[in-house]
Design a protein around this ligand. Structure first.
Ligand code: GCW
Length: 730
């Protein structure tokens, strides 16, 4: 009897662990296809496998395909040499596969695919129908395999395929702002700056001896969405990563990533020659400094032959840089460029700079410093520009630097981790934010010169193009701190591959792969994802307001934040006074940041009447009683925006609650909890901001628009901290 009970206990445990949804599998779940008709179609289309080749990347692709087919179709195939029946699946490159080398149609199609693209075509071979996944390179085959599996994961027909895909941007990176152990006092394992999903994935203490299985799963996830590089370390850099021991550790990670086409990059601290090398200076023109970096870079390439290069944050927020030694960005960046060039490496020089002297308008600094330097950088320097001129706000206009340096490749920097958007817990799907920027017309080379086209290097014909996303990945079991945060990793990769893709289509794929192919789940959940970013803008910083977050953590509201460095405070940005609110950036009375844009953008933003209302308070100081397009006053509309944001979160809750029967209990509960917190947050944002602004406007909040539940003193004492809890400040 005892034995029997024990048996049932074990059974219960194993069923639990088999069904417990911890989010680890991300969008690569490969659960059995539930649609019977499609399952049958897939089985008929895949009866035979012809996939020769034994390079590390082809082996990874074969393994992924085998796992996918086993999970999706309960199908295990032994690879064969040639097509003998209908339903062959043939994969490889013209070099790895004789069958593919012999197909004229495929070879023609491959001309469009470039070095990382692929084609998936239905063809006839010796009178038999076959599906071909082909590429010019092994990594292209791997990308093709992931897409082929995605077709089945998202329940698309695979009967007649004619797909050609290639990345529109060359360097598609994730930047990890991961600290090394000890970088912060008491750190045993690395913390992550602005990370909300646990600690660093890279277990430096155990490397290179112990390789966590998560490195491979991380690389698989990256490769599945086309990400081809990872900066392992924080841009607030630590010299330690350049020591021989750490270079070996980085090399061990690079070895795991390599088959998946993910290159390793590092951040470089400009003062390393002094701090690590014992030199007297880090002056980029000093021959000893040049030699030090050249030797260091050679040392890295000796163990990481495909090392991607460096990202450098120089002379920004206290980081050392060439200006520390009386030189400029050009001398600094070119120093690295020269040493990296013989190895094919690049240097990503960040334009996120602002002076130690507080300026009249912080948003103008990047342009001011970099615009005059166009044409002076070496060819393997890429200037990395944040999407907006300030700092990853819920909404910013695009940075005026895009298109303003036509002789220099400009790389996009997005933030996937939600520093200013409610960290991992709040549901905010970021694709619409990124699309808004990518689709913005800079007019740099006439109408239609979108930010995307600048970044892709198309209009300006650059040899290099790149995009970086500040990663939201940590060592939490679900990687991103919540299930819906995974969607942002996914969407970032998809947009990096193809900035023209749509937020809705990406969300659709992600929901299907992560949750279910059930339409009655997909449509409502997609809708709330697509409205979630606007909701966050509405309840945090509507109508062009920006940087109203609490000091330091940037999570909750802090419109009253003052003191310390002025251009990091909320009052510097909201400029609320008895007349109105907003930052005057116009040409006549303001900072004239509008002058940094091309016409007609400049004039549109310069005129209060033509400025789109979503950017109104970004560019104008607007009287409280100003009449908006709706005919209502600014004050009333402001209130209504907070209400709209709150209503949207309530709707998200309602929709999610109605999904209970369609989702597993673990993920259902987690999101239910997160949304409850988000609603609380949204209401706190409304109360905090409106009551604070009201001390200037002196206007009432009409009863009908909902009075905040508490008074200003209450909100000012409250501190929305960390993730999911409210704490009172002592
Ligand atoms: O927004 C700020 C963040 C810093 C970050 C900096 C940057 C890595 O608050 O944490 O530092 O941007 O992008 O360099």
């Amino acid at each position: 009897m005892k034995k029997l009970i024990f048996f049932f206990f074990l059974l219960a445990c194993s069923t639990l662990s088999a069904t417990a949804e911890d989010g680890y599998r991300l969008w690569l779940r490969y659960d059995k296809v539930s649609n019977k008709a499609l399952y049958d179609q897939y089985r008929l289309s895949i009866k035979q496998l012809i996939f020769p080749g034994n390079s590390a990347t082809l082996t990874a692709a074969q393994e992924e395909l085998a796992n996918g087919l086993k999970g999706l179709l309960t199908l295990e195939l032994t690879p064969q040499a040639s097509v003998t029946a209908n339903g062959a699946l043939i994969a490889g490159t013209p070099a790895s596969s004789k069958a593919i080398a012999g197909m004229a149609v495929i070879k023609t199609a491959l001309k469009e695919a470039g070095t990382e693209g692929y084609v998936i075509h239905t063809v006839m071979v010796n009178g038999k129908s076959a599906t071909v996944i082909a590429a010019n390179t092994d990594v292209g085959v791997l990308y093709g395999v992931f897409n082929f599996l995605k077709l089945m994961q998202t329940e698309k027909s695979i009967k007649t395929l004619a797909i050609t895909e290639y990345p529109h941007i060359q360097y598609r990176l994730l930047d990890h702002w991961d600290n090394l152990p000890g970088q912060r006092d008491g750190d045993k394992t690395g913390t992550i700056e602005r990370g909300y999903a646990g600690r660093s994935l890279w277990d430096w203490a155990k490397l290179p001896g112990t390789i966590s299985p998560r490195y491979k799963d991380y690389a698989r996830a990256d490769a599945s969405i086309g990400i081809n590089g990872a900066v392992l370390t924080n841009v607030n850099a630590n010299i330690q990563v350049l020591t021989p021991d750490y270079i070996k550790k980085a090399a061990a990670i690079a070895d795991v990533f390599r088959p998946y086409g993910v290159k390793v990059f590092l951040s470089a601290k400009f003062s390393a020659p002094v701090e690590l090398g014992g030199l007297k200076t880090a002056d980029p023109l000093d021959p000893e400094v040049i030699k030090w970096w050249t030797d260091k870079i050679n040392e890295i390439y000796a163990v990481i032959p495909d090392f991607g290069g460096f990202v450098v944050k120089a002379n920004s927020e206290g980081q050392p840089g060439p200006q520390t030694y009386g030189r400029g960005h050009v001398e600094g960046a070119n120093l690295f460029a020269d040493a990296l060039a013989p190895h094919g490496g690049i240097v990503m020089w960040r334009a996120f700079v602002y002076d130690n002297k507080v300026s009249e308008d912080r948003t103008m600094q990047a342009y001011k410093e970099f615009h005059p330097l166009d044409g002076k950088f070496k060819p393997n320097v890429v200037v990395q520009v944040k999407n907006g001129p300030l700092d990853f706000q819920p909404r910013e206009p695009f940075s005026p630097l895009f298109g303003a340096m036509p002789k220099t490749p400009e790389m996009m920097e997005f933030q996937v981790t939600k520093e200013y958007l409610g960290d991992a817990g709040n549901l905010v799907y970021l694709a619409p934010l990124w699309k808004e920027c990518l689709d913005s017309d800079t007019y740099a080379h006439g109408k239609g010169t979108t930010v995307a086209k600048i970044v892709e290097g198309k209009v300006e014909h650059h040899a290099i193009s790149g995009i970086a996303g500040v990663s939201n990945v940590g060592d939490d079991i679900d990687w991103c701190g919540s299930n819906f945060s995974q969607a942002n990793w996914y969407a970032y990769g998809r947009l990096a591959w193809k900035p023209e893709a749509s937020s809705a289509a990406i969300a659709d794929d992600w929901i299907r792969m992560t949750f279910t192919n059930d339409q009655s789940f997909i449509e409502p959940v997609k809708k709330i994802m697509l409205t979630s970013r606007e909701a966050a803008v509405d309840y945090m910083t509507p109508l062009g307001l920006h940087h109203q977050m609490s000091r330091g953590g940037h999570y909750g509201p802090g419109p009253w934040v003052t003191g310390g460095r002025a251009d990091q405070t909320s009052v510097y940005f909201n400029r609320a006074d008895s007349i109105g609110i907003g930052f005057d950036r116009t040409s006549k009375t303001g900072s004239n940041s509008v002058s940094q844009y091309f016409e007609p953008v400049r004039s549109i933003f310069n005129n209060i009447k033509t400025t789109p209302e979503e950017y109104l308070l970004w560019f104008h100081h607007v009287p409280w009683n100003y009449k908006m397009k709706s005919g209502k006053t600014l004050w009333i509309e402001l209130i209504e925006h907070y209400n709209k944001g709150i209503a949207a979160v309530k709707n998200m809750q309602k929709v999610w609650d109605s999904m209970e029967s369609k989702v597993d209990p673990e993920r259902f509960k987690e999101e239910k909890h997160n949304l409850a917190v988000q609603l609380d947050d949204a209401e706190t944002w409304k109360g905090s901001c409106l009551l604070y602004y009201q001390t200037f406007s002196k206007l009432p909040i009409p009863d009908a628009l909902g009075k905040p539940a508490h008074d200003l003193a209450y909100y000012q004492k409250l501190r929305l901290v960390d993730k999911r809890k409210l704490e009172s400040e002592k």
